[in-house]
Ligand binder design. Sequence first.
Ligand code: ADP
Length: 281
Amino acid sequence: VEANVELLEDEPQYKEFAIEEFLVRSEPYYRPVSDELELFQAAYEQHIPVLLKGPTGCGKTRFVEYMACEVRVPLVTIACHEDLTASDLVGRYLLDAQGTRWIDGPMTRAVKAGAILYLDEVVEARKDTTVLIHPLTDHRRILPVENTGNIIEADDRFLLCISYNPHYQSALKDLKHSTRQRFISIEFDYPPIDVETEIVAKESGCNEEQAYALARLGDKIRNLREHGLAEGASTRLLIYAGRLMTHGIAPRRACQVAIVWTLSDEPELQRSIEEVVHSIF
Ligand code: ADP
């Protein structure tokens, strides 16, 4: 497995597609919230593809990194975007001094190497990528490579994992049922206050008291959602605020730049969030 990954990292051609590939060598910090570790482990061993649902910055990516480390397989992460096509994933012919040669894309390499392939925000990708997901997620576990005419059988250790944020979706950009019913779905949300306190303290280096205040702030801001706030403050943003505070920035200022101004451009809404900040710090 390790040998495969060295090879993956040596292909600079694919870096341009916002692809990060790696074997997770040291165990990332992940604080379980429920039984998600057992669920993923069972799905992995049974070759059942996994869909992670939940708002931005609530720990989905960290969770997959942790699980890839646990099951000791490389993790190929692809941040999906509207220009991502099937051939970005599968591969293409490249022309160089020696002539044309075929270069496997990240999906093909993950399928061959037996990696966990994590397609982050999968609904953002072009429709033609669905055609690839279907044969990989049923009993066949194959990847048909149209351009070369090859059919690649997935390595026994391969698993497809996708994420999606139900809040972003419009009717146009929803995950089709024929696709989503090929996955088990693990729902993620921002953790309860005590758990988030632990995470913020650990990840930002701020003290327990500050972490608890930030977790309470997150909780309160998330309740503002009905007042026109599209997304509440993510765990990631609370950590940013904590990190600024650790570096000596005053709490109110840290929250202003990490949270208030990041969440909204509307002066009215910014004032409401600021009030919540001032009720805590
Ligand atoms: P998502 O993929 O859901 O957008 P991430 O996994 O990138 O979010 O999480 C954002 C940050 O929040 C992580 O970098 C990590 O610092 C922190 N985090 C969130 N949840 C957890 C958790 N359960 N355990 C450890 N860290 C977490």
